[in-house]
Design a protein around this ligand. Structure first.
Ligand SMILES: Nc1ncnc2c1ncn2[C@@H]1O[C@H](COP(=O)(O)OP(=O)(O)OP(=O)(O)O)[C@@H](O)[C@H]1O
Ligand SMILES: [Mg+2]
Length: 506
């Protein structure tokens, strides 16, 4: 529901984009795009992967200059030729991918270039920590301001980005998929902050592929397609189906096309897996043809368990067996050779080599596998990359372009392609559709379901309950590092999973 839609007169237009175009080489990312933000409104910007949303955000942030068109602040044309210029105008931006400096502390990241100084012109550390803590309190976050950013979970990195944006007196707060890595509680906190800013007259621009959030937070919705403006309407005048149709240009019939399968032999056996302080005594089986979801709140230990199974992290006790053979701990190469694949949660750090081409990235893991048998010719590489790019509807200029030039969602698809092309017998996917648009989401689900029907075993970590319920044959629920429930598809519903995830099961 659209709550808080200003009654009567809407607020004045604070920020507007008129006929903005932006190309990168041959790719026209924006073609005459329009946007209008009013004070006191939360405004959603939605569109498929590659529609131009982040490019538009980067123009507002002073990262890119438009090729054509104007940016108006309070009706006056402005030039936002640097991030500092945009900030000086009161435009705060939270980017799709956190951009923290790993070796700086959390507080230094937040107040970079604006640290409070002592009378001796030194950085005033106690004051810095105090300001940081005050921001975290507003967000309901507990984090040590002095710890380095390195090693923070994505959710925590995102919280630091949000704190950074809030540390300015923002008139316009832009959030490019801020919630992709957050759990329900954290999203609620962020929305509370956004609503408070809105009630003080700020304009909030919110980008998300999660429609429940868009409809919950936003007063108006602008739809973009292929770099162009499609429509702007009050949220109350729209249905999800209408928004999807305008985004994709067609109806998306079945979001969760789960096929019924008969589970085969046990592929994976995990017994008593323990990592002190992280997860305890985790045991489960996965059979061929099964899709097993690992559900739970952020921080419950789901990603940590699958990382240990794959061998990226070590564990203190327990065993992992694949096809009846024990799998060496802490050895991802051995896991891959045995037929295991892991699509990691943090794609930017663990999934992609940003400066390499799309086709190289898509075939990196396969290259490794094939390299042992011979070599992978440029032609084979190209053919494989082309095949998977098509299956996953990757939108890229050329497959030889660096993967850094793709939109966020399209980068996610390349990571999926990279692992699916290894043809694993057990596929572990951590947040398989994070950042992926509604049309492609259905495609990814169809693909996973098909692979399982063909006998692949799938373990899926997902924070999206509809995805878990729609796709899983069984739902394993984790709470504070322990496996607390194993729910078969027939019994899995929202309440059962949430009760278990919050530690209230049985
Ligand atoms: N630096 C760049 N160099 C080349 N092409 C780029 C660059 N940045 C963006 N593009 C291209 O511009 C188009 C729009 O990308 P953009 O990131 O704005 O999409 P988006 O709507 O944010 O998508 P998503 O939902 O996946 O985040 C894409 O085709 C993308 O490949
Ligand atoms: Mg984007």
């Amino acid at each position: 529901m659209a709550d808080g839609m200003p009654d009567g007169d809407p607020g004045p237009v604070v920020l507007a984009l008129r006929d903005v175009s932006k190309s990168f080489g041959a790719i026209a990312a924006l073609r005459g795009a329009q946007l209008e933000l009013r004070g006191g409104e939360a405004h959603a910007l939605v569109g498929e992967n590659g529609a131009g949303k982040s490019t538009l955000v980067k123009i507002l942030a002073g990262v890119h200059g438009p090729d054509e068109g104007t940016v108006l602040l309070d009706g006056q044309p402005v030039t936002l030729d640097s991030p500092a210029a945009a900030r000086a105008q009161g435009i705060a931006v939270i980017y799709q991918e956190p951009t923290l400096f790993p070796d700086l502390s959390v507080a230094e990241n937040i107040f970079m270039g604006r640290q409070p100084l002592t009378s001796g012109r030194r950085i005033d550390r106690p004051e810095l920590a105090a300001r940081c803590t005050a921001l975290f309190e507003r967000l309901g976050v507990h984090m040590d301001p002095d710890r380095p950013a390195r090693g923070l979970s994505i959710a925590d990195q995102q919280m630091v980005e949000i704190a950074k944006a809030l540390s300015f007196d923002a008139r316009v707060l832009v959030m490019d998929e801020p919630t992709a890595a957050l759990s329900g509680v954290e999203v609620e906190r962020l929305f509370t902050v956004a609503r408070a800013l809105r009630s003080h007259g700020a304009a909030v621009l919110f980008i998300s592929h999660r429609f429940d959030e868009v409809f919950d937070l936003c007063d108006r919705i602008t739809v973009m397609r292929d770099g162009q403006w499609v429509s702007t309407d009050a949220t109350g005048d729209l249905t999800v189906e209408q928004v999807v149709r305008r985004m994709v240009g067609r109806d998306v019939a079945d979001l969760f096309p789960k096929q019924d399968v008969v589970a085969g032999d046990v592929v994976l056996e995990v017994r008593g897996l323990t990592r002190r302080g992280v997860f305890t005594d985790v045991s489960f089986d996965v059979r061929a043809g099964e899709i097993v979801a690992l559900a739970g709140l952020v921080g419950a230990g789901r990603s940590e368990v699958v990382r240990a199974v794959f061998g990226v992290d070590i564990y203190d006790a327990g065993s992992v067996t694949l096809h009846g053979r024990p799998l060496k701990p802490g050895n991802p190469a051995a896991a891959m050779a045995a037929g295991l694949a892991l699509v990691p949660e943090d794609r930017r750090q663990q999934g992609l080599v940003m400066e390499l081409s799309v086709e190289r990235n898509a075939t990196l893991t396969r290259r490794w596998k094939l390299a042992r048998m011979g070599w992978l010719s440029a032609r084979t590489e190209r053919a494989t990359a082309a095949e998977w790019s098509k299956k996953l509807q990757v939108k890229a200029g050329r497959l030889s372009d660096p993967v850094s030039t793709l939109s966020g969602g399209n980068q996610q698809k390349v990571v999926l392609a990279k692992w699916l092309s290894t043809d694993p017998t057990l596929l572990i996917v951590d947040e398989p559709t994070r950042g992926i648009d509604v049309g492609t989401k259905a495609e990814v689900h169809r693909l996973l379901s098909q692979l399982a029907a063909d006998g692949m075993a799938v373990v899926m970590v997902s924070s999206e309950l509809p995805e878990v319920l729609g796709m899983a044959d069984r739902v394993l629920v984790m709470h504070e590092g322990r496996l607390v429930d194993d729910i078969p598809r027939a019994r899995a519903d929202e309440d059962t999973v949430m009760l278990a995830a919050t530690g209230q099961a049985r």
